[in-house]
Write a protein that binds this ligand. Sequence first.
Ligand code: ADP
Ligand code: MG
Length: 731
Amino acid sequence: MGTAETLRWMSFRIPQLDCHDEILLIQQLLSDCPGIVQLECDVLQRRIDIRFQPGQATGDELVDRLSRAGMTALPWQELDQQDVESFWQLHGRAVMTLCSGVLLLIAALSHLVASMDKGLVGFSLEAPSGAAVILLAGSILAAFVHVVPRALTSIRHLRADMNLLMLIAVLGAIAIEQWLEGAMVGFLFSLALWIEQRATERARESIKGLMQQTPRMARSVERPGADARELPVQRIEIGQRIEVWPGEQIPMDGVVMSGATYVDQAAITGESMPLAIGVGDQVYAGTLNVNSSIQVEVTHKSDDTTLARTLRLVEQAQTRRAPIQRWVEVFASRYTPLVMGLAVAVMLLPPLILPIVQLPGVSLDRIWDTWFYRGLVVLVISCPCALVISTPVAVVAGITTAVRRGVLVKGGEFLEAMANVRAIAFDKTGTLTVGTPLIEQLVPIGETNSRDLLSLAAALEVASIHPLAEAIRSHASSEEVEYSAATDCTVHHGEGVTGSVAGEPAWIGKPSWAAEQAELSDDVQQTVEGVAAAGLTTLVVGRGVQPIGVIGIADPIRPETDQVMAELRQHGVGQLLMLTGDGDAVAKSIADQAGLESYKAGLMPNEKADEVAQLKDGKGTVVMVGDGVNDSPAMARATVGISMASIGSQHAIATSDIALMSDDLGRIPWLIDHARRTLRVIRQNTTLAIMLKLLCLAATIAGFCSLWIAIAADTGATLLVTSNSLRLFSR
Ligand code: ADP
Ligand code: MG
């Protein structure tokens, strides 16, 4: 087996992928194919992702294997997602279901009229006339055009799936000349499949709908002053200039080169708050240019924009199934064969046993027919359709609704985990605080002056992306202090930076770490304590073994923080805690302002992770909220890592399980509510589906349930659970 780097992913669209049954089939088909390491299937996208060893398997071979089972595998990248499906693929089932229903209705009416002519009221058990039989046969055929090929595939692979079950049930009904019931089963099953297809499509479209927020054309400006020319976004290269008029959506990611305007980023952050944008600012595809024309230099190709990457993560989210989803799948895969066995038992055992035991009051008249029929009903009941479809639709509805609110959830499992949060640990800088710190104090030591101090600090901080580093660099720029990047820099995560400035070793970092770089005299210690006592993050700067100054940086707390903490407590989150690498004095002041009962200060990134690991023993979900700077190990260790990611921070988005694109802590309580809502819907659906099955099963054995009632119950359940799931979209 190769290392992670040598393995490759390949994605296909499988138009025939509709149900969990087909996933099992694909798994079976590919199970003995050498070189395949991992297989992810996503019914909603009709997509499979295969991870394989390039030398041992080829794309052609995989396509070949799948086509032998009647599946077309289209390479995902080559698809224009808009129009891969023909009219027939999209609406064939609806048309045939309608045909089947109309034929059934005509046949039923004519049968009724015929019965009334004979003086009988309602349906009689006698066989319908020749003409009615032809109509009913037509109805069955129409209902089963889409089912038969799949049922045949299942026979070839010796698998019991619902297509096969229904085919057997209908053939059985025909065998005992119950044409009317057979046609009803056919029609209602086809209707259930169509409802299911509609729901899946709705979910699929909601994801596509997010993507369609970006325009397909951009106005390209060849050279300054020239007129703009409309081009498809795919043809625009990095570095090219485009023009965006007021009221238009920005088609690509880029940097503003001329003009100033307000931009509404609701498409990505879910928050419609116009942001002032000027020359040099980054703008994102999908956001709205509110009030005046701007020119933008494109920084990313159209398939690599922030929105496109985010949506790819949403698409992939469905492959990370929620535990409850897996439970339903396992349940369904055991339930079906079990009930099939029961069906056979119902057909055979009573006719064999009842004549021997001779119970009083039990008639032995037509005993084989009666129990064969009841067996067929059990067969119909064994179809787990409603059960299997409801969960993925609910999960997708949950995830896309969250994305619309600017919360990127990377998998059903994280959504489910959020319903059950026990403890949340917060990083300080950039998470509880605004994360754009400001320099409050510059205290030079000895012969240094504050400009030299700032220059040296900024030179070192070029190497770091820490918010503190950015604060120092931008302070230097605004004070017009010159600096050139230090060389040989090492970023000591959670501690500071070392490097070489003008040929001399230099360093900047937190006091406890600085004490290892140089001896800090009592004077210096006192300065440090003074700055820290003011509630400021304190950094010591030094050259060689000589401290040259102390910098005090303020990072105000986010205004919404204490409100959010109160809400989280109301939501039953038992433990709220702050983890920080910063000093104790600052930590205490921030924790107090945030209303947090406990905090741990002076932690290295791996110690933050250890703290999270400790929280984890016990029940319930442990969440780590951070900004991706020095807290990724802790986020990875938590059950769920949430990043405060303003749109631009791809790193934070990449390293977390859930990203708050709007950079708003208030979304966490909302998310907990939302996750609970989603889970509640799933539980309602599974309970309803299972109860209904049990009820039908009992009724059948008691002899009260007919074929058409069983299938109508299943179709009704499918309708109920899918609409229940789709309700989540309206949140
Ligand atoms: P937090 O837990 O508050 O997010 P970090 O773990 O990111 O803090 O960093 C802890 C401490 O390490 C900071 O408060 C700072 O003193 C020091 N530090 C980290 N990175 C840098 C840097 N690039 N320059 C200077 N000091 C740094
Ligand atoms: Mg941090």
